[in-house]
Design a protein around this ligand. Sequence first.
Ligand code: FRU
Length: 480
Amino acid sequence: PPATPQYRLGYHFAPAAHWMNDPNGMVYDRGVYHLFFQYYPDGMTWGPMHWGHATSPDMLTWKEQPIALYPDKLGLIFSGSAVLDVNNTAGFGKNAMVAIFTHHDMDEEKKGTKLHENQSLAYSLDGGKTWTKYAQNPVLKNPGIQDFRDPKVSWNDVAKKWIMTLATKDRITFYSSPNLKDWSKESEFGEKLGAHGGVWECPDLFPLTLNGKTYWVLLVNLNPGGPNGGSATQYFVGQFDGKKFTPLNDKTKWADYGPDEYAGVTWNNTGTRRLFLGWMSNWDYANQIPTSPWRSANTLPRELGLKQVGEEIYLTSQPVKELAKLAPAPRKLTGLTVKPALDLTEKLGLKDNKFMLRMKTLQLNDFTLVLSNAAGEELRLGYDKGANQYFVDRRKSGQTAFHEKFAGKHLTPRLATGPAADVTLYFDATSVELFADGGLSVATELFFPSQPYTNVKLLAPDGLTVNELTFSKLNSSMPT
Ligand code: FRU
């Protein structure tokens, strides 16, 4: 297919060329954020998986590095995580970076034994540059479970051991190890809880505090069965006693309601900051996305927190504060009245769809933000008071015909209560990420206009006062 430089993202990671899916092995080491990713370097659709690699000082400026892990006789290299083994528990060397990943054996899969997915190790003694696979792989053998993958390992201060959170078909299985090599099963979670419209994949377990109290968050990616179709990230808030995860309740919650965030997990080794990144696509149509010579990008890095609304404790996601560096001169307008419409085109002066827009209102009401171009294509985003939902409508946004499931109007419930609201939107060439109400309602959405949207208007038939509107163009942090 012809190259699509107009769809290159300015401040999101995408490989220079070829296919990418899940973020893997995210670990912070001495000033460097490492990102590994499911990568097929010989094509633009999913194929035999490698771990690609990129590094960044700030999660926004990424430099692609040589491929870290290649398929071998034990199989393809599926998703997993990486840790810094500061105490050399595995004996690979002090401060070894150790990757724990799934070996997926295609030949074994064809035999139908259900034994084709096993967990293996690789280590790097030079800060992630070169990698050696452990000679005694795999370290955790499949007991006969069709889907047995995506190990997320981190040091657990409660267990005083490494804890592995593993996706095992329709539930999560927790394993523990003193040395990353010998694993013991501790417990299972979720067979009858949460959303089960598809297979459970790419889990993560980490603590967060709220009002001085520690809670454990369990992320569970699900494909299909997401709230707007296809793949999505659900989560549970609860307690982890070093062996077992107990949720506070059985309510299904979503880290991102939009169709285009999947396989999201968090960085290891970032202290009290909990930093999340997802793959910005959806398995429903990922292989048909109209970009070339690369396919897929990641979401913005997001900082996670907890917030209580009524009796319920929710996860919040906010774009990382490092993004301020890309917004040199934000402009603030106050006291804008919209009834029934306000044209913002001149004020904002859009050229290339790389900008941030934040609206604060003391009295939320129905509104629609319409971005459009001279070709008559438009993206509509807003809030529907009657349904108490935010929405993104990309039915007329540009190219949609590459897959029947792409076009659509997608809904995100408003979880905050009370009339005051804030809505922050990050636009980048072909993506918008909506963070509403302090990150309680989040949605990620892709669009492919034939030319950038340059007109912006705000519609509010019943009237809306935007008490504060902050706007900034965003500089690129990625090579163009
Ligand atoms: C999730 C996933 C993982 C698997 C990987 C294969 O998107 O299906 O479960 O490890 O992708 O590329």
